[in-house]
Write a protein that binds this ligand. Sequence first.
Ligand SMILES: Cc1cc2nc3c(=O)[nH]c(=O)nc-3n(C[C@H](O)[C@H](O)[C@H](O)COP(=O)(O)OP(=O)(O)OC[C@H]3O[C@@H](n4cnc5c(N)ncnc54)[C@H](O)[C@@H]3O)c2cc1C
Length: 470
Amino acid sequence: MPDRIVQELTAIVGPDAILYKKEDLLAYECDGYTIHKGLSRAVVFPSTTEEVAAVVKYLHNKKIPFIPRGAGTGLSGGATPLGGEVIISLVRMKKLLHVDLENRLAVVQPGFVNLKLTHSISHKGYYYAPDPSSQYACTIGGNVAENAGGAHCLKYGVTTNHVLGLEVVLSDGKVVEIGGVPDAPGYDLVGLLTGSEGTLGIVTKIIVRILKNPEAKRTVLAYFDTVEAASYTVSDIIAAGIVPAALEMMDTVAIQGVEAGTYPVVHPPGIKALLLAEVDGIAAGIDEQVERIVGICEKRGVVDVKVARDEKEHMRWWANRKTAFAAMGSISPDYLVQDGVIPRSRLPEVLAEIQTISERSGLRIANVFHAGDGNLHPLILFDARKPGEAELAVRVGSEVLKVCADVGGTITGEHGVGIEKKEEMRYVFSEEEIEAQIQIREVFNPENLLNPDKLFPTPGRCAEVKKGRQ
Ligand SMILES: Cc1cc2nc3c(=O)[nH]c(=O)nc-3n(C[C@H](O)[C@H](O)[C@H](O)COP(=O)(O)OP(=O)(O)OC[C@H]3O[C@@H](n4cnc5c(N)ncnc54)[C@H](O)[C@@H]3O)c2cc1C
């Protein structure tokens, strides 16, 4: 028998738009960060902004915490319940509302899947640039909340550089529109909301920038027999003034994973690292950029370097890279993705340090990452069935992030803090800096009902606990 809260929520969204039975809620007990799980009170599926606002107003009045959720592909526990929250799933709000080619923008609902936007406009010669590897599943609302990046964000920027305006349901149920006009006066609230991990408001409409397809592109694949040589090549390419659209790297463990996965490319045996570089732009000069990249690879002793012969080969190389995380399932029962950022010039020493951590802990670590912008993704391979190994993987992940922070980097490039990296926020912020951010949250989310207790380390919570949230 549904409780009164469920009955009243049902009255708002309708009986086919709510889940509350334990067996149904299990599917929502975590996101892609599967180490932490929790049970929500219910999951609702509103279809309109008005329904989102009515649900939020109701929960706010009842002092019941709630969590916005997109596709649940997040990798830091952002959409994971801690226990007893109502999940507000945006997946039924999945329309492409408007495309304005003249002004190069599109308006989407939050549940619209990232890759569908490019698919909807590519026949007109346009695309949406932010391309997380999960783009076939993740939603643009989730991308805004996480300020998602992707392989092609090196040249074109991450999600925040492509969001022009937002419609947002605030934590008390009020609806506001922010941005949407060029150079709007006042605070940059679109910038503030983007990357706020669902703690400042629920995004219900997004205006995004769309780009014209580049006239030409070329993809280069280069193999190295040391990780150092590949790392120095990355620095050399950028130092030469070339800005590739993408510059990705995989080490030997990652290569073993993708070769066992769904899109093998048959990389040469014994390779210690590969680089995948894409250049794009106007056709004149593109071949010269490729020649310069090949020349830099040769100076660093590349074992083999080749240019994709056609679109099919280009797509295959990219599928090999973009399915790398999932491919780890072929070589390990479990893996934990980390997301540190470092100055590019420190790549060789940080990768060596990660190797040392791997040997010391006995856990294999595969590195597959956006090398051009120094965004590392060490994949820590473990077996959760072995007692203590999941906890060890978490400790190893934290150690890796400390190394990144210590060389002047940071603890997340694109996957967010969520539950996973709350404590690691201390590696990069002082207590005062964390407190300043909590004060901003208190303006938008004064009772910490909206995605509570994410993003900031636990002592930052004392203030809200004292205020007596139910
Ligand atoms: C295989 C794989 C590869 C990945 N590759 C990348 C990558 O290359 N780059 C990258 O950046 N990420 C990557 N990710 C992580 C993930 O896909 C992104 O963080 C993505 O933006 C999450 O979108 P989602 O719709 O799944 O959001 P969810 O996981 O559902 O939610 C993520 C966060 O956003 C909040 N949220 C969701 N919708 C809204 C909304 N409408 N309003 C306010 N807050 C909201 C949630 O509360 C949560 O905190 C990858 C994940 C996987 C599984």
